[in-house]
Design a protein around this ligand. Sequence first.
Ligand SMILES: Nc1nc2c(ncn2[C@@H]2O[C@H](COP(=O)(O)OP(=O)(O)OP(=O)(O)O)[C@@H](O)[C@H]2O)c(=O)[nH]1
Length: 297
Amino acid sequence: MVVRFITKRFIGEYDSQERIYNFNTVIDNETVNFEILDSCGINNQESESLINQFETNIRWGDAFILVYSVTDKCSFEEVNRLKFLINYIKRRRKIHKDGFIDAPVLLVANKIDQIYDRMVTKDEGKRRCEDIGCVCFHEITTRESIDDAQGVFRDVCRFWRFFSKFPKLKRSKSDNIRLSMTIHSDVEMVLSPDKILSIYCDLQDDRRRSVLLFDRTRSQWNGDEEEVDEFDELEPSSMNNNEPFRSRAKTDGNLMMSKTRKWKITSPLMSSSTKSFSMYRMVNRRNSMSMRGHVSY
Ligand SMILES: Nc1nc2c(ncn2[C@@H]2O[C@H](COP(=O)(O)OP(=O)(O)OP(=O)(O)O)[C@@H](O)[C@H]2O)c(=O)[nH]1
């Protein structure tokens, strides 16, 4: 999907090494410099250091695309756990005195050209998107369509721009969230990528309407309300915190932990001594899609 987006070509087989692709393009009349970390995920048997690298990768990403194959039910189930990990790790990024940022996560179902091998329906995909709180859902065929892949990256860019502009997002304590917006008093809407774009353009010059929330119940954002950390509430005192993080993140939505973790954001793929960029960079582990742009932390 990444290669299709960047080169417009579909190449049947790739090696399984992780890469960062740098790619400049124009989306909605603005230049964007994508840094896309193409990942393969990890399994529970991986070593602690690889798991740590995986977590570092998530911390590094500003936006995420979770891709499953409609012909592979396991990949469909895996998105739950990945989304849970992203929620956990990204919510620790306190970028304002009283606000947390949630990185946009898109859900993408690939290989819809394989109609006879389909195991996951479109409705199941849409439902999953809502259930785990992804910002939007795409069904695509990378093999048959250039537009499909471009549409995914266009939308991730739209959401990322929007999120980076309005960091004060608030999430419900449940994972069943929808991104919605309250304009003035009681006009509410669920935000689609197109809607995001028009609001983003509108608000470039006019911040007065920027009341934003991230909540299934769609109650209005209240700036004075205290941020509650759902993970602290989940904290059982007797849990063993030495177990690798990923294996403690269960697909049923529970996280077994005993101690609040503090994150330090560093680039996952570069040590401080190797900060030069190449067209793409080979890396040992891979995880997430990320873009770097105008925002700085
Ligand atoms: N029919 C079909 N096959 C596809 C499509 N997209 C990718 N594939 C094939 O699916 C296989 C896996 O594609 P990859 O791009 O390697 O997928 P990946 O998720 O990066 O896989 P890992 O390297 O195992 O992480 C390859 O054989 C691709 O040719 C699609 O849209 N339709």
